[in-house]
Design a protein around this ligand. Structure first.
Ligand SMILES: *Cc1c(COP(=O)(O)O)cnc(C)c1O
Length: 408
């Protein structure tokens, strides 16, 4: 089997065909009604949450950030396994409410919330992570207008950054949250008669595979939360310390070692004093929970040679799986793990470029791959596709059919 398997937690192959949830690739595609489709593995989702829970301190609350994969069936499944859901829009909020969780367990972050979104969140009584002073003013206004006291936490833009992150989302000037330096003044002026103060949200980054960097960020997050808690006008019910745990996508990347991170969190949680001591600590994760449980399948529709290169043309690509194409924040494109799902192994290999149907050279499914010789009708599978897939892709670009999604 190819080197790509180093990046995968576990793959089931039967008679040279990839299996997910006890079904063959071909069966799954039939159930989905054809290609292209995403398939999510329910058991893998459950297993991931269970192993994370087993490693982490038992008092640590785990939330699912649903923007990673907001398919309602997935959200519903995750809601039953976790302590809460984090949403980033009013529509995500509706999906979260639809999953049946207690609204108190839903929090809403987003840097430019519309007034209607704030109204919806206040009406639903979910926790709103306030990201600016004006947003707080709007919530004061809604409090009197609607006769409901909004539940607020403050999203703080920390005075540090999460090093070696796939995506930096904090430290320095950022559109997210309120700068840590501004927080004392905001807390001092907070009118707790108008809003119900719940705590803080400190999210510093995403897709991190470096335990030392995560530990350092957690240390600084706990320090910052302790400082802010001293200034809080009411008990700090919860502190959301963000997430950032990554999964391996590219050659050379390996599974994140969770043990030292868990160990450090245990220490940090136990060492708390003062008004921070009794607050709930929440970790919010998206891709770490769902990324490895998802597969993207597309079918080879044509095969051709061009000046020494072999192209496998498929019915799927960038419009469904932007991140795999390398156009979702990557500087240099690298391959996700990609296989021919119905010929996982084979003596006869060839070097192929796998591309999609869009009229742009950016539409790459896999580049310079050594794979068993494939032909029209074969199924291409992209692994690590459970997060930032269908809804993070420009599905209407070139007006091809939208992707199907299946949870098994
Ligand atoms: C996107 C996002 C997450 C999830 O990030 P992952 O890398 O998928 O874990 C969590 N919290 C906030 C505030 C986010 O914006």
């Amino acid at each position: 089997m190819s080197k790509q398997h180093d990046r995968l937690q576990r793959v089931t192959i039967k008679e040279n065909v990839l299996q997910v949830g006890g079904r063959s690739a071909a069966q799954l595609v039939e159930i989905a009604g054809g290609t292209p489709c995403y398939v999510y593995d329910r058991n893998a989702l459950t297993g991931r949450v269970q192993s994370l829970r087993a490693a982490m301190p038992s008092e640590l609350k785990l939330h699912y950030a649903i923007k990673a994969n907001p398919m309602p069936a997935v959200v519903h499944h995750m809601a039953g396994l976790l302590d809460g859901l984090d949403v980033a829009s009013q529509k995500e909020m509706m999906v979260a409410i639809g999953s049946g969780v207690n609204p108190e367990m839903i929090s809403f972050a987003g840097p430019a919330k519309r007034l209607e979104e704030l109204r919806a969140a206040v009406a639903a009584n979910i926790v709103i992570n306030v990201e600016s002073r004006l947003e707080l003013e709007r919530l004061y206004q809604l409090s009197s207008e609607m006769g409901i006291k909004p539940r607020v936490a403050f999203r703080v833009n920390p005075d540090f950054e999460l090093k070696s992150s796939g995506m930096k989302m904090a430290g320095g000037p950022k559109q997210f949250g309120i700068d840590a330096e501004q927080m004392p003044e905001v807390l001092f002026a907070l009118d707790t008669g108008k809003v119900d103060f719940c705590g803080f949200h400190i999210f510093s980054g995403s897709q991190n595979l470096n335990p030392e960097a995560l530990i350092e960020a957690h240390d600084k997050t706990f320090e910052l939360a302790a400082r802010l808690s001293e200034l809080a006008p009411a008990p700090v019910k919860h502190v959301n310390i963000g997430g950032g745990l990554g999964i391996p996508y590219f050659p050379g990347e390996t599974q994140l070692d969770i043990e030292p991170i868990a160990e450090n969190l245990r220490k940090r949680m136990d060492a708390r004093t003062g008004s921070f001591k009794d607050s709930e600590i929440v970790m919010e994760l998206g891709r770490y929970l769902v990324g490895e449980a998802g597969y993207y399948f597309c079918r080879v529709t044509d095969k051709k040679q061009s000046r020494g290169q072999t192209f496998l043309m498929t019915d799927g690509g960038l419009h469904h799986h932007l991140s795999n194409s390398g156009n979702f924040g990557q500087v240099i494109r690298k391959n996700y793990p990609v296989l021919i799902a119905n010929r996982v192994d084979g003596e006869d290999k060839e070097r192929v470029e796998i591309v999609g149907p869009l009229c742009t050279p950016l539409d790459i499914v896999g580049a310079k791959l050594e794979l068993p010789v494939a032909d029209v009708g074969d199924l291409v599978v992209v692994f690590q596709s459970g997060a930032y897939g269908a809804t993070a892709s420009p599905q209407d670009f070139l007006s091809h059919p939208h992707v199907r999604e299946l949870l098994v």
